[in-house]
Design a protein around this ligand. Structure first.
Ligand code: FMN
Length: 504
């Protein structure tokens, strides 16, 4: 959990994750209802709460002006000193009042809220008119903004763009730190890394910022068919030999085709690491994270975000209790987060909804905060995505050429070759992923089997050899459809430009 922060409040409304008012706290009163608790017969807690707030600060508020907040986590009834200990809360009225009074900024993640009577902030006669005249219109104007802010605001981000996790090298601690310096959330990519390597990366980021997330491959095995694997391995033999001449490898250290290797990317060890040392947010891809692991991470103090690629996945993830969704369309670079790769076919992307359509569909199906991912390359697209109901845009490909990314030079070079196109292929990893077309995808997309991570491990030595030889034709050149917008420069600048004039 992040460090405690004490903020002074004028009136505090706490509601549960479904927006039900649990308590209203203001000077001299203490109402508290346990989550799941029943109101007194005939009492509508939301209405009572609103009336009390109205009486206290003179604000005319409608129920929908209460912004849904986090989950109440600590017993606080009957405390004599008006101290409430809670976490993951968003605070509405106090944030407004503090801002206007030039007091404290609202905490992103509030560990402790200490009640200080209104009079101690300012003489009461100054505050009430200030609140009623200036705060109410401001609050109304902030409503749509606040709706987008539900997750990122809690995390302390200021920009409505998120630097995507990009496993295999592009995501570095430097990239995540650069994003944070711009006010954007960035993700470390735990995929393919050992828990020890992940721990080191987290430590490196923590030394510079507390605004970051960690992305995990959820266990969702796609076992390879043994015959298909062998047949594919044979097809690749010729290709593998290509690098013997390019890299000058000798007969006995030539690129070897391995046996099928299946694993779950050390899921349990990585979850344990994150439970013991929770980052502010953990995201999952490739499958729904087990509910008990979602719960453990939340209890440790992390927010959880699940990647979904369809309405059905969004509904299941909502049901499982995650805090937000990354809605990823087929336009996205790299692996699709689909939970059913076996339903994938090379023709499929053309029949899939684009990001904006998918996001609208998911928006209609769940109230969770949504981050949209897939093909975003311009500030105009980010703005449109927010208008479609997203809290933020998740961008990967546009950062691949940034100064802080660890993208292979040959990959970066290929991203400047504007004649290329993208294709969704299982050829490199046995999972559908969008990449720039190259010799490898042309030759193997049609015949590559499904099977992750076995096919990933099968092609891994060849891809390493291609990287060493600086040969883009043998590399997995992950890229989303917006890849022509990828440009060199500081990641912070790219993220700021994508945000345009928008902030959270
Ligand atoms: C090189 C690369 C690696 C990626 N690796 C991961 C990953 O490890 N985990 C994940 O959840 N998504 C991964 N993605 C997908 C991104 O998180 C994100 O959904 C995608 O980049 C958004 O689309 P865009 O690339 O068109 O911006 C990767 C994307 C790229 C381009």
């Amino acid at each position: 959990m992040s460090e405690s922060k004490i903020i002074r409040v004028a009136a505090l409304v706490l509601s549960d994750s479904e927006g039900r008012v649990l308590t209203v706290r203001k000077q001299g009163t203490s109402r508290f209802m346990q989550p799941g608790g029943k109101p007194e017969p005939g009492e509508n807690p939301a209405e009572t709460a609103l009336r009390e707030v109205h009486e206290e600060v003179g604000l005319q508020l409608q129920p929908e002006q209460l912004i849904p907040m986090g989950e109440f986590s600590a017993p606080a009834a009957n405390e004599p000193d008006h101290t409430v200990v809670c976490h993951n809360f968003r605070v509405t009225f106090d944030a407004v009042a503090d801002d206007l009074l030039g007091q404290l900024r609202p905490a992103a993640e509030i560990a402790e809220i200490r009640w200080i009577p209104l009079e101690q902030l300012r003489p009461a006669e100054d505050v009430a008119p200030l609140l009623s005249e200036q705060v109410a219109p401001w609050l109304r104007a902030e409503r749509s903004r606040a709706a987008r802010q539900q997750l990122l605001g809690q995390l302390g981000a200021q920009l409505p763009v998120v630097a995507a996790p990009m496993a295999g090298g592009p995501s570095t601690p430097e990239l995540v730190i650069a994003a944070a310096q711009a006010g954007a959330l960035g993700f470390l990519a735990a995929g393919y890394r050992s828990p020890e390597q992940l721990a080191q990366q987290i430590q490196a980021v923590r030394q510079q910022t507390s605004l970051f997330g960690v992305n995990l491959f959820a266990p969702h095995p796609v076992p390879v068919d043994r015959e298909e694997f062998t047949s594919y391995a044979e097809q690749l033999t010729d290709w593998a030999q290509r690098y013997e001449s390019l890299t000058g490898t000798e007969e006995d250290d030539q690129v070897k085709l391995p046996e099928p290797r299946e694993d779950d990317d050390a899921w349990a060890a990585k979850v344990q690491l994150l439970v013991e040392n929770p980052p502010p947010v953990v995201s999952f891809t490739f499958g729904l994270a087990p509910a008990q692991d979602i719960r453990r991470l939340q209890q440790a103090g992390a927010l959880t975000v699940q990647t979904v690629t369809s309405v059905d996945e969004a509904l299941a993830a909502t049901e499982a209790g995650v805090d937000g969704l990354i809605v990823q369309s087929h336009e996205a670079g790299g692996h699709s987060g689909t939970w059913s790769p076996q339903e994938w076919s090379p023709q499929m992307p053309s029949t899939q909804p684009g990001l904006f359509q998918l996001l609208s569909q998911v928006r209609a199906a769940t109230d969770l905060p949504l981050w949209g991912a897939g093909g975003i390359g311009t500030a105009e697209q980010v703005k449109d995505l927010l208008h479609t109901g997203a809290e933020a845009a998740v961008v990967g490909t546009v950062l691949l050429r940034s100064d802080e990314s660890g993208t292979q030079p040959a990959h970066q070079q290929a991203l400047t070759q504007l004649h290329r196109e993208t294709v969704v292929t299982t050829a490199f990893s046995g999972r559908p992923a969008r990449a720039l077309v190259n010799d490898f995808t042309e030759r193997f997309t049609a015949s590559a089997p499904l099977g992750f991570p076995a096919v990933h491990y099968l092609t891994s030595p060849m891809r390493q050899a291609a990287a060493a030889a600086g040969d883009p034709e043998g590399l997995n050149l992950w890229a989303g459809t917006g890849w022509r917008h990828a440009r060199p420069g500081p990641a912070a600048e790219i993220l700021r430009d994508l945000s345009g004039q928008l902030s959270l």
